[in-house]
Write a protein that binds this ligand. Structure first.
Ligand code: AMP
Ligand code: MG
Length: 497
């Protein structure tokens, strides 16, 4: 049975949808409406984000909103499409596309920003392959929690507007409640979108996509002589910065396939992601990442590898002469390690309270990280304790200066802080802005998800509330700041597809 989604009658909710992506050559998408669900039920609605989007929370928070966010009714101006893309998954090239998502359109916010409104878990599309097009409640809530936490941490990311249940069960290893997430993104253009364009062999389509992406995300570069190279360099810079930001808060994306890397520079596709507790570069949470390809410490290298795939796709546009194109692409790509290192070093300096730059800063930070690893210390708490150490003169927290290697390190760090001749209160304030006291701890996320799936949303709401202010030490977030109990069980995440 196919039921057609109805169009929401009348406006009033504030929808201002455009569909510039659907003006690209047709090979980039297929028209595909969301498949209506039996019984839409609102679980989470992000009122603050709705306001930023120019939407009326009053009109969308209840049943009327649930109908829209489930895909049963289309908002005014929606032109739903499933996007085509490809991607390297764990190193292997595959044709993909939105197999369980549709793009409703691009909301133009009151500030004139264009943002994709996508339903994820919205039913089968021509790209579904053997999948059912659906998503389970747990993973959609997980994406909501972690994406909103990343936003609060100041890291570019897609956002989450709503999660609704479908009233349908979906078959995974067990039967699970189905859900749809409404995702808000600068766009859903991926490295894999370019790989797809390149694989079709349609040069005009590749060029149209390149110009479109440059105009949409890097308008300041749109006048460049070599548009493809300009786009590539812009993306490289944003990815170098993004991955440095991830590493600085201990975030492990978990599935950095090229289809999960956005040209906008936002973090996208929260699947098996998780945050470090103990600092160890080899940390892997995802149950499917057996070889550790996407381990915490491998993320910059993988970012570099993914950018090489983007460069390959862009080659015919970089220069007509193939050898020249390769040479130019290699030169641009070669800058990634240095750009990552620059952003990472800047992030580490801020975490250590270094407001000036000295050559030895990276090595100083590395020594602290090594000490943390040797002591199996908590990453977030160790950094958060440093501001207090500046105030008191003694290292406290998981890494106290009592331990010999860090005693020497502490002396070096103190000397370095003195050399910069900055007012202590200024240094401490800057450190508190750079070192979150709170991350979405894995055990807290799991606890909230388990309660929510069992019908109790209060645990989830409390978690979302505290995650909004990750840099503030408050009585309300006290119990959320502590590291999980050490029970010897390694935390594992599952893809949930
Ligand atoms: P992801 O793991 O979410 O990045 O998805 C990888 C690819 O698999 C994308 O093309 C998805 O659209 C597709 N996919 C994931 N889950 C499903 C599903 N349940 N039904 C259809 N396609 C899916
Ligand atoms: Mg994906």
């Amino acid at each position: 049975m196919t039921i057609k989604a109805e169009r929401a009658s009348g406006s009033g909710a504030g929808w201002r949808l455009e569909n510039s992506y659907a003006r690209l050559p047709e090979l980039f998408y297929t028209r595909a409406a969301p498949v209506p669900v039996v019984r839409p039920g609102m679980v989470l609605f992000n009122e603050k984000l709705a306001v930023e989007l120019g939407l009326d929370p009053g009109a969308l928070a209840g049943d009327a909103g649930a109908e829209i966010f489930a895909g049963n009714r289309l908002p005014d101006g929606a032109e739903p499409i499933a996007q085509a893309y490809a991607g390297h998954q764990f190193g292997h090239f595959t044709n993909l596309g939105d197999g369980r998502a549709v793009l409703l359109g691009e909301q133009i916010t009151p500030r004139g920003v264009r943002l994709d409104i996508q339903l994820k878990g919205s039913g089968r599309t021509p790209y579904s392959r053997r999948g059912d097009g659906r998503a389970a409640l747990g993973p959609m809530l997980r994406e909501y929690i972690v994406s909103e936490a990343m936003h609060a941490l100041g890291i570019p990311t897609t956002r989450s507007l709503a999660v609704v249940t479908t009233g349908e069960e979906i078959a995974r290893e067990v039967m699970l409640p189905g859900a749809v997430l409404t995702r808000v993104a600068a766009s859903h253009i991926r490295v894999g979108t370019f790989e797809y364009a390149s694989a079709t062999g349609d040069g005009a389509a590749l060029e149209a996509l390149t110009r479109y992406t440059l105009q949409r995300h890097y308008p300041e570069l749109a006048g460049a002589d070599k548009v493809a190279l300009a786009l590539f360099e812009g993306v490289l810079e944003r990815q170098a910065r993004l991955i440095a930001q991830w590493v600085c808060v201990g975030f492990v994306h978990g599935v950095m396939n090229t289809d999960n890397m956005a040209l906008s520079g936002e973090t996208i596709d929260y699947g098996p992601c998780a945050f470090l507790d103990i600092h160890d570069p080899a940390t892997v949470f995802s149950s499917i990442d057996r070889a550790g390809r996407y381990a915490y410490g491998s993320q910059p290298n993988i970012g570099h590898w993914n950018l090489a795939r983007l460069a390959e796709a862009l080659l015919p546009l970089i220069d007509k002469d193939k050898d020249k194109a390769v040479e130019m692409a290699e030169e641009a790509l070669g800058k990634f390690p240095e750009r990552f290192r620059a952003h990472y070093t800047a992030g580490l300096r801020a975490k250590l309270g270094l407001l000036t730059a000295e050559d030895g800063d990276f090595a100083l930070a590395q020594e602290f990280l090594d000490g943390m690893k040797a002591a199996e210390a908590d990453f977030t708490l160790s950094f958060a304790a440093l501001a207090g150490a500046v105030e008191s003169g003694t290292l406290s927290g998981p890494l106290s200066s009592g331990e010999a290697p860090l005693r020497t390190w502490h002396e070096q760090w103190k000397a370095r802080l003195e050399r910069q001749q900055k007012v202590r209160s200024e240094v401490v304030a800057a450190m508190r802005r750079a070192n979150p006291v709170l991350i979405p701890r894995n055990h807290r996320v799991e606890e909230a998800l388990a309660a929510a799936v069992a019908g109790d949303l209060s645990v989830l709401h409390r978690l979302l509330d505290v995650l909004r202010a990750p840099f503030d030490e408050t009585p309300a977030n006290c119990s959320y700041r502590t590291a999980p109990p050490r029970d010897g069980q390694h935390y594992r995440t599952f893809c949930g597809t």
